[in-house]
Design a protein around this ligand. Structure first.
Ligand SMILES: [Fe+2]
Ligand SMILES: [Fe+2]
Length: 180
């Protein structure tokens, strides 16, 4: 019996861990990024199709990531506040580029914008997977990461139900969370 509880206490990973949820959501994004930036081997049509899948998928990932993980880093982790802030700014830049790409008619300009977007998000994901997430894992306990995982999934669900209310509920819920 004692052995079992020790094992549970030292467990370091779980499917509900926000880190696992984020890594899982990065996978399809990375596949689409490869297509979007491959101007030599992929047709404009293939890249456009990849972009139209990529844009909503990134949105469904980035906002909950800000809401759960970055908010935690900015509020509760002195050493990782900068990473959380940097991540949020990069999401903002990606959003901007997505909007610009959507409204671009010229094929060459479209290809350039989509490629820049793909490379920027690729670099962002590499930094998260190579630096931010491993550092956060070291500095946090599984319980907290599971709690954040719940927040992440709840936020994803909220966005699916009401995609237009991206900003307003975020602040409200955050203050509720941190004052309770
Ligand atoms: Fe991110
Ligand atoms: Fe991410």
């Amino acid at each position: 019996m004692k052995k079992q509880s020790t094992r549970r206490a030292t467990k370091t990973s779980s499917k509900e861990d926000i880190i696992q949820l984020i890594l899982a959501d990065h996978k399809p994004l990375k596949k689409l990024i490869k297509i979007m930036k491959d101007v030599d081997n992929k047709s404009l049509n293939e890249r456009r199709t990849a972009f139209s899948e990529f844009a909503p998928l990134l949105m469904a990932h980035a906002n909950p990531e800000e809401f759960a993980l970055y908010a935690e880093l900015k509020t509760n982790s002195e050493d990782m506040r900068l990473e959380g802030t940097e991540g949020e700014l990069e999401h903002g830049l990606a959003d901007q580029l997505i909007e610009e790409t959507k409204s671009t008619q010229d094929a060459t300009l479209w290809s350039a914008r989509a490629k820049i977007l793909a490379e920027m998000v690729e670099h962002h994901i590499e930094e998260e997977e190579g630096e931010m997430l491993p550092e956060f894992k070291k500095k946090s306990v599984l319980e907290v990461r599971i709690e954040l995982g719940k927040k992440y999934l709840e936020r994803q669900k909220q966005l699916q139900e009401a995609p237009d209310h991206r900003i307003a509920p975020k602040k409200q819920n955050l203050s509720e969370h941190f004052h309770s």
